[in-house]
Every structure is written in C-alpha cells, then in structure tokens.
Design a binder for this molecule. Structure first.
Ligand code: SAH
Length: 259
C-alpha cells in the first residue's frame, strides 16, 4: 500500500518511554487472560498509531478516529504478527495469504464512506474482520461478504467473541452484493476488481457512497456517489495496492471501447 510517510518521531519516543513504564507495571487479572497493563499497552499503541499515521495524514472524522483507537487491531492479525499489529503497513491474517490493510487506509476508506450511526453498509472482502469492526463502530449495521470459507468462519467467530453484534458475515462471492439487505447507504470493497461490479452500484441507495480500489497492477482508490435521482459521479482519491478481487468479476468481459 503506498502512502505518504507519517511524521512524529518525537511522539514515537515519548510513547516508547510510556510503553516501558506500562510493561513494568503490576500484573493483573489473570482469569481474563489479559493483564490491565497489557490492555493499557495496546490502547497506547493504538493511540500512537492514530496520531502518527492517521491524524498526521489528514483524517479528521472524530467518529472514525475514536473507532480506530477503540478496536483492538492486535486481535485481528496472525498471532505471530502481534508485535507488528500497529505498524504503518498491511499485516498478514492468520492462515491465509491475505492481509489486514494498513491502518491509514482503513481509516481513510471509513471516513470517505461518511457513515451515520443509523446507516447500513456492505463490505466486500471481510478478511480478518478488522475493517468490519471499525465500520461497526461508526455505522448502524455492517453486512460483510468473504469469498474464502475459512476466513469467513474465523472472522465471524472473532467478531462474535469480541462483541461486535452489529456485524453480519457470510461466505460467498461479493460480486453480486447482498440483494436481501439492499439498498446500502455505503459500500466498501477491500479487494481490487479491474472493473466496477455493476450489481454493487445498483445496490447503492440514493445519496449512497461506494469506496473501492480499481485496477490491476496499478490501482486507484475511488469514491462513487449516487445522488437523490440515481445519478452516479466518480472521484479518484489516491493510488493504492490491494489483493485482486476474485470470483465472478474475473469472468466478466471488459466493456468494449466506444468508437
Ligand atoms: N478488509 C479486510 C482485508 C481484506 S483483504 C480486513 O480488514 O482484514 C481482501 C479480502 O477480500 C480477502 O480476504 C479476499 O479473500 C477477499 N475477496 C477477494 N475477492 C472477493 C470476492 N469476490 N468476494 C468476497 N471477498 C473477496
């Protein structure tokens, strides 16, 4: 994932001192399997992640920033990667070749969706469930589809264990969306198709927003907005690098060039 480098080595140093202090703190509630000191430690790492990687790059929506501080990112990465959970880049998801997106990209895409607390959002590419959890903190309900059965099962179980009650996951190809729950106020796609899946645009509500990376080797993050009359406009945001969207989209022929 390409992005501008974050500033803030001074903040990093200050937090390193705080982290050391936390690690030396008293041991706590062994029953829950997590000591209060360890919880403080991950909360501090998230706060630092938000300041140096996300606020520093211009994300401002207070609900998005609160969600990024709140959702325990370390719970969503492969156990062997926990030390890297808050790094400024994508992190491998357990048992697959997929990755959890860079924190900044998760925050940016969530902000671009402009979700209200009652709104309904569709996510294509559940992966670890991390982006779904962040969406769950800012929206009314999240419907998320994952094409790899083991990932769908694992993320569903993880989100339930962590108490994200307003996120519904199902296994399947997201190309055709989720007609039973359409239309959606927001649609987010976290795997890159080379072309826009038309069924997703069709399932966007009037005044809805869709955030999607589009392309092959070179991809652009785009926002599509549908106005109250159903007219769709498109805006380019930044170059990105996502895993390819697989399944039916790979079989749909490109639209022939006009003239
Ligand atoms: N949002 C995820 C990261 C997504 S990685 C997170 O926060 O962890 C992209 C995911 O999209 C992968 O898990 C991949 O299996 C899935 N994917 C690819 N094509 C898909 C399709 N057609 N339908 C649903 N999921 C798809």
């Amino acid at each position: 994932m390409r992005a501008r480098r974050a500033k803030g080595s001074g903040v990093l140093f200050a937090c390193a001192v705080l982290l050391l202090a936390a690690a030396c703190g008293p041991a706590g509630d062994a029953k829950a399997g997590v000591t209060p000191a360890a919880q403080d430690d991950t909360a501090r790492k998230r706060a630092q992640m938000v300041e140096t990687q996300i606020v520093a790059r211009g994300v401002r929506d207070p609900n998005v920033l609160a969600a990024m501080r709140d959702v325990p990112r370390h719970e969503f990465v492969d156990a062997s990667q926990r030390d890297h959970a808050h790094d400024d880049g994508p992190v491998p998801i357990g048992g697959s070749r997929q990755t959890v997106s860079q924190p900044y990209i998760v925050a940016l895409m969530t902000e671009l969706l402009e979700l209200g607390p009652e709104e309904k959002v569709l996510e294509i590419g559940t992966g670890s469930g991390y982006q779904s959890a962040v969406l769950g903190r800012v929206a009314g309900h999240v419907y998320s589809i994952e094409i790899i059965p083991e990932l769908a099962r694992a993320s569903e179980e993880r989100l339930r264990r962590l108490g994200f009650k307003n996120v519904t996951v199902r296994e399947g190809d997201g190309y055709r969306g989720w007609p039973e729950h359409a239309p959606f106020d927001g649609i987010i796609v976290t795997a890159a198709p080379e072309r826009i899946p038309q069924p997703l645009l069709d399932q966007l509500a009037p005044n809805g927003r869709m955030v999607i990376p589009v392309g092959g080797f070179f991809q652009e993050l785009k926002v599509f907005k549908k106005d109250a009359n159903g007219k769709v406009t498109e805006k380019d945001i930044i170059p990105v690098r996502f895993v390819p969207m697989t399944g039916e989209i790979e079989k749909t022929p490109p639209v022939p060039p006009q003239n």
